[in-house]
Design a protein around this ligand. Structure first.
Ligand SMILES: [Zn+2]
Length: 294
């Protein structure tokens, strides 16, 4: 037998091994980039299938580099869901016939622009902010589009997807109401973020975002720009700066040192114990925000 035949058998076996360890025998196998997308998809897919998240907990989707096993996992999946080129660009290196951007499913009127807050980028639009999942309202508004995509991939699952999406919409409404109640008790003073991960959350719950320190991932402000941010923070009476464990909080520390403004670490990505389901991720962060602003 030709050597390429053996190669094919071996690669099929590898796909099977990796595939089976990541998925059970569910009918639809979906791969996605980050844990909150997994949590959202799992609500709609329900018993119809399994969802696998590629990004390990603690990693940043902006700087992650895919491993060989990830390619095999994605090849074994029916579809691959991701955010956008501003979030998880590495997904575009995977081969999959059904590669679907969740940000594209967000109606244009609900998309938020990323804007520069200092230096030459001040006020300049820098593209659509991909972190929509931090707002339950924004997640609700992707559901009709998501349902359509899932039905196109798996027409036999139509009824299940429709039933699950309807139930998830109710869950999201009640989550929005719970968080709104929590936020009604805090001082909704202006806030800053070290990375723009919670812009959608802040918009839904009526906060004023006075600045984002790291507007583009991996970029840090210069000393002069930090000075500009400090002036803004003082002028706008910023109460707290939100950072996250996946990105550097060094410039935020500098601002805290010179202004005394509190730092509070949020976690937009979850994927760890107690932060696995969509509701857990949102409520964990809402509680942190309450503690920081009380
Ligand atoms: Zn991010």
């Amino acid at each position: 037998m030709p050597p390429c035949f053996y190669k094919r058998i071996i690669s099929t076996l590898i796909v099977l091994l990796f595939g089976l360890s990541s998925y059970s025998f569910a009918q639809v196998k979906l791969a996605t980039s980050i844990p909150p997308f997994k949590a959202i998809l799992q609500h709609v897919v329900g018993e119809r299938g399994d969802v696998y998240a590629i990004l390990p907990p603690g990693a940043s989707p902006h700087t992650f580099e895919a491993k060989p096993k990830n390619f095999l996992q994605v090849e074994a999946a029916t579809a691959l869901f991701y955010g956008s080129e501003h979030l998880d660009k590495w997904v575009l290196t995977f081969k999959n016939d059904n590669r679907i951007s969740l940000l594209q499913l967000l109606p244009a009127k609900d998309r938020l622009e990323l804007r520069g807050f200092y230096g030459k980028n001040k006020g300049r639009p820098l593209g659509v902010d991909p972190h929509f999942w931090t707002s339950p309202r924004a997640v609700k508004s992707i559901l009709p589009g998501l349902m359509k995509e899932l039905i196109a991939i798996d027409p036999a699952g139509k009824e299940v997807y429709e039933k699950n999406a309807k139930a998830f919409a109710v869950t999201l409404d009640s989550l929005s109401a719970t968080v709104a109640e929590m936020m009604a008790k805090v001082n909704r003073a202006p806030v800053m973020m070290s990375h723009p991960s919670f812009q959608y959350f802040l918009k839904e719950f009526g906060f004023h975002l006075a600045g984002v320190i790291e507007v583009l991932p991996g970029t840090e402000p210069t000393a002069r720009e930090v000075k500009e941010l400090i002036e803004t923070a003082k002028k706008e009476s910023v109460r707290v700066i939100f950072s996250d464990p996946q990105h550097s909080s060094r410039p935020a520390e500098l601002i805290r040192e010179s202004t005394g403004i509190k730092l509070c670490q949020l976690d937009p990505l979850g994927g760890t114990e107690g932060r696995m389901s969509y509701e857990e991720i949102i409520l964990y962060n809402a509680q942190k925000i309450v503690e920081a602003l009380q």
